[in-house]
Design a protein around this ligand. Structure first.
Ligand SMILES: Cc1cc2nc3c(=O)[nH]c(=O)nc-3n(C[C@H](O)[C@H](O)[C@H](O)COP(=O)(O)OP(=O)(O)OC[C@H]3O[C@@H](n4cnc5c(N)ncnc54)[C@H](O)[C@@H]3O)c2cc1C
Length: 394
């Protein structure tokens, strides 16, 4: 039986961030990650608002070492008329978050988990958690290789949401019942100069949309998201992707010389939230707690932010071997995560009304609106200086 102060299930961005924070604070942290890295994972476009967090945990220099392409903005293009809007992150409210990066998750997740290791966390990989027992003293776990016990358990296992499923507290979000089909391509046309790393979102008919996320080099991630009610059940996902991408003239033009460079993947029904995010000695963060929708690339930001907050909540109770229920520590954590999610959800709801480009075009003409929305799209969802939040627009 191996023992740690804290065990973290999952070595994705959330798990690695929490492990880094806790190990740097001197706790004995074990991370159990099922997969051998590098491995493919979806979630490739980062947000500017995450960059200060990466600076704080000492990871930013690895991101900024030339292996990842800078992302200075997000462009949304309407299939009906090629009309477009652009959120340039230098125009947001917070001058300290002008850009982010587009990342191949195989490299990014490996680099971030290595950072947790170098920060002092013990990583068990590849090793799969099979069973969890919550006890008064913490938790015990059984994996495919060993047995563990810990005083505190963090479930950061992504959409697998191990504890959420075991406790039957995970609920699907039926209003965001979407299917995503995606792959990697070479030779997708890119914008010149600094705009090369921008994410391009193409609006398509039937509340569908497509993403183009360019990586350093010649590979671009391309995917389509469509409500399952309109998904035609096509079994050949490559053919479905080709056909759907052609619905937008400007996307089709960018794809005309593209060559598929990876198998086509499909993921469905990914939006969910757990009823509660904590118990006495366990806490959920990242996708394991909630996942909204990929349209505004909020996933990694929500995951690393919530995981850092969860780790900080743990540091408050750890010295007296307390409970997350003490002095409202867990409640404050959960409320803060849900507040950020609510604000992203405001943006997401606006997008799925179907006229986002036309509506936003008018809105962005006003400078204060442009600043406020650019900030929100940059992921600065806990910035109380944004009037869009104080006036409950988002
Ligand atoms: C279609 C789609 C597109 C997306 N696009 C974006 C985007 O552009 N930008 C963005 O920021 N986000 C995006 N996301 C969201 C993003 O993928 C996630 O929000 C993000 O990866 C969450 O990080 P995490 O650390 O919480 O979970 P994960 O990254 O999923 O990491 C969880 C880890 O836990 C491990 N694990 C699971 N079960 C076990 C077990 N039993 N034992 C041990 N280990 C286990 C897994 O192997 C995994 O490595 C997208 C999501 C979807 C569905």
């Amino acid at each position: 039986m191996k023992k740690h102060d804290v065990i973290i299930i999952g070595g994705g961005p959330g798990g690695s961030t929490a492990a880094t924070v806790l190990a740097r604070a001197g706790l004995d942290v074990g991370v159990i990650e099922r997969e051998e890295f590098p491995r493919f994972h979806i979630g490739e476009s980062l947000l500017p608002a995450t960059m200060p967090l990466f600076k704080e945990i000492g990871f930013y220099d690895t991101l900024n070492n030339g292996n990842y392409i800078p992302k200075w903005g997000a462009r949304f293009i309407d299939y009906r008329n090629d009309d477009e809007i652009y959120f340039g992150f230098t125009e947001g409210l917070n001058r300290d978050i002008p850009m982010a990066f587009e990342v191949e998750r195989s490299k990014f997740d490996r680099d971030l988990l290595d950072h947790a290791r170098k920060s002092g966390a013990t990583v068990y990989q590849p090793e799969m958690v099979k069973d969890i027992t919550i006890t008064d003293q913490g938790a015990s776990l059984r994996t495919d290789k060993d047995e563990y016990s810990c005083a505190y358990l963090m479930d950061i296992s992504g959409r697998d949401s191990l504890l959420g499923l075991k406790m039957k507290i995970r609920q699907a979000n039926k209003s965001l019942n979407n299917v995503a089909v995606f792959s990697h391509y070479t030779d997708v046309e890119r914008a010149p100069g600094r705009d090369e790393g921008d994410i391009i979102i193409g609006l398509l008919p039937q509340r569908s949309w497509t993403w183009m996320i360019p990586f350093k080099g010649n590979v671009t991630s391309v995917g389509v998201v469509r409500s399952s009610e309109f998904f035609d059940g096509e079994k050949d996902w490559g053919a479905y992707l080709d056909r759907t991408l052609k619905q937008s003239p400007s996307v089709a033009r960018r794809m005309q010389n593209a060559q598929q460079a990876m198998d086509v993947h499909r993921i469905g029904n990914y939006s969910h939230t757990c009823e509660t995010f904590f118990g006495d000695r366990w806490i959920l963060s990242g996708d394991a707690a909630l996942f909204l929708d990929p349209i505004f690339s909020s996933g990694v930001h929500m995951s690393v932010s919530s995981s850092k907050m969860a780790a900080e909540a743990l540091l408050q109770i750890f010295p007296h071997k307390g409970s997350f229920k003490d002095n409202g520590v867990g409640q404050a954590y959960e409320a803060r995560v849900r507040l950020g999610a609510k604000r992203f959800y405001g943006l997401i709801s606006m997008f799925y009304q179907g006229t986002f480009v036309a509506d936003m075009k008018k809105t962005l003409e006003r400078e204060n609106m442009r600043k406020g929305f650019t900030s929100a799209v940059a992921g600065d969802v806990w910035n109380e200086d944004n009037f869009l939040f104080s006036k409950s627009v988002l």
